[in-house]
Design a protein around this ligand. Structure first.
Ligand SMILES: [Zn+2]
Length: 228
């Protein structure tokens, strides 16, 4: 039976170094392993799939942000990252279309917890004490949040979530980190076989295999159907 990703609070984490996984007590970066396209539903990959994405900078204050907690990126930099992500996802003929680009204010205590690797501190408050449309009916299929630090991680995607978070100075290319997290949202798990692949943790690999392309296109179509 095919289903949408279940929402659980286990975390899928791209670690700067895999050896820290045990140290910070998170689940190894997994994907949605139960998602598999049935043979008769695999569609024509020559058709472009367009997915809406919203990108947000997280800061503690709009006028006078604390540079140790707030993202130091600019909205223009997010646009450049998106262009790089689209180069990567062009392999699957998946296009990410920017729907919202904004800077949102988050309680400094929350950003401090995120900086220590506690991303629940942020995601648990989305739509609640962080008033925000990302979880509402008008939200994009994918939301990316850009923050200063996330513990020792370059980026994180809560398992089964359509949101990811990326830190300011990842150990690999910015667009690669974001593109990798989108891979998790579209159902991909890590590979440890080939450093050239997008789903190898902590490298600049950007390749998708034909199987990964088939799966991600399938998951993208299912998510788009569910969103309607
Ligand atoms: Zn990962």
């Amino acid at each position: 039976m095919l289903g949408l990703p279940r929402r659980t609070w286990r975390w899928s984490i791209l670690l700067a170094t895999a050896v820290t996984a045990g140290a910070i007590g998170v689940a190894a970066c997994g994907g949605n392993g139960d998602l598999r396209p049935a043979q008769d539903t695999v569609e024509d990959s020559s058709e472009k799939i367009t997915i809406g994405i919203s990108m947000y900078l997280l800061v503690d204050d709009l006028e006078d942000p604390d540079p140790t907690l707030s993202s130091n990126r600019t909205e223009e930099e997010l646009i450049a990252i998106l262009a790089g992500m689209n180069e990567i996802w062009g392999q699957a003929n998946v296009h990410l279309e920017l729907e919202n680009l904004d800077t949102i204010v988050v309680d400094p205590d929350v950003l401090a917890q995120v900086a220590e690797g506690n991303i629940r501190a942020f995601f648990d408050r989305l739509g609640e004490s962080i008033p925000f449309a990302a979880t509402g009916p008008e939200s994009s299929l994918i939301s990316g949040f850009y923050t200063r630090w996330i513990g020792g991680s370059n980026g994180v995607t809560p398992l089964g979530s359509r949101s990811y978070m990326v830190m300011d100075e990842p150990s690999v290319f910015d667009h690669r980190v974001s593109g990798h997290e989108v891979g998790h949202i579209l159902g991909l798990r890590h590979t440890l076989n080939d450093r050239g692949r997008l789903l190898y943790p902590g490298t600049n690999g950007m390749d998708l295999t034909p199987e990964e392309i088939t799966l991600t296109r399938y998951v993208a179509m299912q998510l788009l159907k569910a969103q309607r």
